[in-house]
Design a protein around this ligand. Structure first.
Ligand code: AMP
Length: 190
């Protein structure tokens, strides 16, 4: 069983890698961005609220995210999990740690995909023409990157300091298959 967290700014390629590694290990991929985007299709009040927050590039409330993740993790069959896009705030990481403690689970690997702003901006703009995501435009990218610096980077730094033996920095500027190879090497060696 493998429990994995992927960190990285928007556009770092964490979703791509999380999906590949999920198939490679046969472990469920929990992308909170994908889960929220599916909820938008419900067209109810929550969907309207989520759409406004997500299309501006801000973060959705911790309560909503924590309850989504807890119910998904409770329902997983025990093969493990790959978290992509969560935890993004210190409150979420506290919630996750308590949840894992209560359910006698732990995290085995953390991958932090690093990339500079210029490269990620170009990648996100390319993705926007391919996937037509409303949050993939220059203004929103700035906001999302700001949220990453203000909030999520503090969370990854927390894990880096407190879980250094399972924390792995990955250079996100390389080609997709080179990055996958690096991650697979780490999964093999430990
Ligand atoms: P992503 O696809 O991971 O870039 O997520 C898209 C959007 O969903 C983000 O810009 C946030 O608005 C929202 N979101 C996803 N995960 C989280 C989270 N863990 N906490 C708060 N908001 C989130």
């Amino acid at each position: 069983m493998k429990n994995i967290i992927f960190f990285g700014p928007p556009g770092a390629g964490k979703g791509t890698q999380a999906k590949i590694i999920s198939e490679f290990l046969d472990v469920p991929h929990l992308s909170t961005g994908d889960i929220l985007r599916k909820k938008l299709l419900d067209n109810d009040n929550l969907a309207i609220e989520l759409k406004e927050i997500m299309s501006s590039g801000n973060l959705v409330s911790d309560d909503i995210l924590n309850s989504i993740v807890a119910s998904r993790l409770n329902n997983e069959t025990g093969k493990g999990f790959i978290l992509d896009g969560y935890p993004r705030t210190l409150k979420q990481s506290e919630f996750l740690n308590n949840f894992l403690l209560k359910t006698s689970k732990s995290v085995d690997y953390i991958f932090n995909i690093k990339i500079n702003f210029k490269t990620l901006k170009n990648r996100i703009l390319k993705r926007s023409s391919e996937e037509s995501r409303e949050d993939d435009n220059i203004d929103v990218i700035q906001t999302r990157y700001g949220e990453y610096l203000n909030s999520t980077e503090k969370v990854s730094n927390f894990y880096k300091e407190n879980y250094s033996s399972i924390f792995h920095e990955i250079d996100g500027s390389q080609q997709i298959d080179e990055i996958t190879e690096k991650i697979k090497q780490i999964l093999k060696n430990l």
